[in-house]
Design a protein around this ligand. Sequence first.
Ligand code: SAH
Ligand code: MG
Length: 926
Amino acid sequence: MPTPPTMTPKALIHQKYGAKASYRVEEVREAVDGGCPGLAVPQQTRSVYRCSLDLPGLTVVTPGTFVRKKDAEQAAAQIALDKLGIQPTANAPSTPAEAWDELIARISGFFADENFPSSSHPLIGHMSMTFRRTGDRFGMIPMSAIAACDVKVNTLCKLIDPKAEFDPLLVLSLIYNAAKKSPGVSVSDSNFWIQSQRPYSVEAVDLALHRWSGKSNPIEVDGVFVPCVMEDELKTISLNLSHNEHYMGDIVSTLSAIDSSHVVVSRTVGKASSEMRLYFSAPNVQYVSDISNNAVACLGDGNMECLINKRASYISGQTIYGDAILANVGYTRRDSELRTEDVTLSTYYRILLGKLPDGNYKMSRDSILVAELPSAYSRSSWRGLSPRDLLCSFCRVQRLAEPCFAVNRVGSSCEVLGSAVSSEEIGVPKNAENPDMFKCEVKIYSKQQELLLEYLMADTWGKESDAIHNSSLKVLIWFNSYFKQLNKHVEKLSLSKNTDGLTIYPEKFLQEFSMCLSIYGNTGGDDSRTCNTVGSLSTDTSKQKLENNATLAHIDGPDSGVFPSHGSLTCICYTASLVVKDKAKSYLLESNNEFEFEIGIGAVRNQIESCVTQLSVNQTACFVAEMPPRDLILAAASEFSDDLSKICRDNCFLEFFVKVLQVTEPLEDRMEKALFNPPLSKQRVEFAVRHINELHATTLVDFGCGSGSLLDSLLEHSTTLEKVVGVDISLKGLTRAAKSLHQKLSKNSLTQTNVPAAVLYDGSITDFDSRLYRFDIGTCLEVIEHVEEDQATLFGNVVLSSFCPTVLIVSTPNYEYNPILQRSAMPNKNDEPEENAGPCKFRNHDHKFEWTRSQFQHWATDLSVKHNYSVEFSGVGGSGEEPGFASQIAVFRRLPSNQEEICYDRELHQPYELLWEWGNASLPSQ
Ligand code: SAH
Ligand code: MG
């Protein structure tokens, strides 16, 4: 409320040019779908807008287009401002001297009778209060009320001295010095009361009293005491507002202030609509009046009264001195009644949490203890505030300028595939019909328009909004881990200048975040106490080391066979309770009846994800979890926050109860099912079976077997196989595989199978294991795209040079087929690209790449030549005509050579861990 919103570019242009500025918005039709080289499929279109702006002597046009007309106009206005070198500033008055005169005039205006008892008078509440008072203080108002109630006064103070924005004490000083010069008002030399020099008219007093309902006393309200000394705990205090002197009576005594005129009030904290403020005690009048007079540079040295309260300053974004009280009381609205609301410890910790992207995201999901800022964005599975909104909100709470997003249209080429291979190298022709792709540049400026950080993504996206959200997320993740790192008492902050498309301007950056840094950086004390505002940040989601059976206490309910897999959208309900061991008492901290998230992108606490992926739909689990940081507990605790702040952590544990309600398969599976009958996975099995029988193969190894769908189906087919082996690095997948294989292979199984032996290994397919040397067939279906390109090539080299199967079958998605899949999975896609659950860049978030036919063929041909294999290309899904099969397959065949078979020392090359085996496991692999 007290800070006027910064002017938009359009408003600034209007201020300078008025009707002479003319905007022309032009509608452009553009293709909706993501680019796909060489694909001649009809494209849907949508409307986007380009804007040109005519000013006297200058015409500008937006280089890109915008989904919304108003964004196009603002962008054009911004370009014009940049060209003209106009910086956003407030309206007249424009010089500090003019502002000073106006401040003096405004203050005397408050006390001029003719302006007074109107309901729009900013000080109406205080006036009405002061007339109810008897004795000396009749008619007196604390000057801090002027700062708290009047937006204009704040604006003027900022003009006189820009530092006023961040310093309520300076504002008080300016008001004091202005009031001394204001005609018609009287101020004393010993306190900060202000009153009219003339006696107030009887009518004014009557009117003011009349506006008051006469109830409202006494009132009890809770506030939070924020001690200046970092080692001291915050505590909830109860404020009794029945005091006769002024409504701040109890605040005065808690702060040991001289009287309520000596209580300084910050601007509002928290939500824009909130009246929550920080109250602190002002030093003596002489000291305060000197601040603005002499521009005293160093507050604080040796002066206990003026020590900066770091915690209070951080949450308010203003400099707060000494002990402070966070409370929601006062006549700060234009209202004669005193408005109050309890402020709890939880309120404080929520504000703290909201300062960082991760915490803000948690709150937007109403899930402080479970949700985490995901590491990947997709329109269909993102829940909670969007990355763009999170970034805007982050800049707002950190008192930065609004972030700038510049979307650039780029002609599509193979770089859009997220592949390291350039289009020239693999010979994909640039196609004029390709729709454009978008890149988004993000710039973060300080309020003073100094560039702090910029990000230019290397990736391009088929949709403008996807580009914006993806780059916003990158920036958010960077900020998050930066502040995280500060929590760890790192001596030297690593502020590398240029990483991953991010450029940071360290000098300005550190300057801008100095308050932040002092809160997160050197608190000196116990981490969990003051600075751990963010929960565990899960950027490292590629590591599948989530298996944590030890924490699983109890799983209930029959296995329904439908389980959350990587990339699936899973809906759970949960409760999180804090249990106090000795008292056997439990507090329900958080519960959620429907919480949906995508598996595999770090969208929830690790332990929750590892628990959920062990459950199937309708199963429940109950487990004990590590205690999250204290700040998180207190933020979640709401009404118990006071109780919990006193409880010893060592005596507590957190207990989760989780139920899986529903699982929506990954987009990839949905797309494949929507289009193919039999499903693609079945078609891959048939494809493998044909080759097995053709070769009379007796041994098969499935590299990256996952949950064993291929092995399982092979057991049902009649083939020549005698032994099948599965290798994977995911224990979850292997456990599923083991369950389904066991049903068919265990001795007393009813299902007949023709394959006598099966083995499952835990290991990485980029490591050679001699037990799988020279198998007849190796399969590697839909796996390589789950590892980085260099790892895919490493696998190719290892398998063809060391494992040496007679035949190797490798399948991977054909990127060129994606538009068809996406259209069929989203048949109702219409002209609302924003709302629609649209396609992600790849078929599955876990895919590190998806190749075009020529990229895949390039990869496979290179390998075959190098290792003396032949290679042949085929596929499943579709006819194979343009744009190729949905899933492309390479079949490698070992060519005869004079090279001797290598004799491996069987003991030495066995990195794989044997997990399960059935039948005659020692059956020779030859
Ligand atoms: N082939 C299966 C599973 C495909 S999903 C099917 O067609 O259904 C990809 C699988 O590759 C996952 O199970 C994953 O755990 C596995 N994987 C990824 N990298 C691996 C590696 N380096 N070694 C072994 N398995 C890997
Ligand atoms: Mg895949």
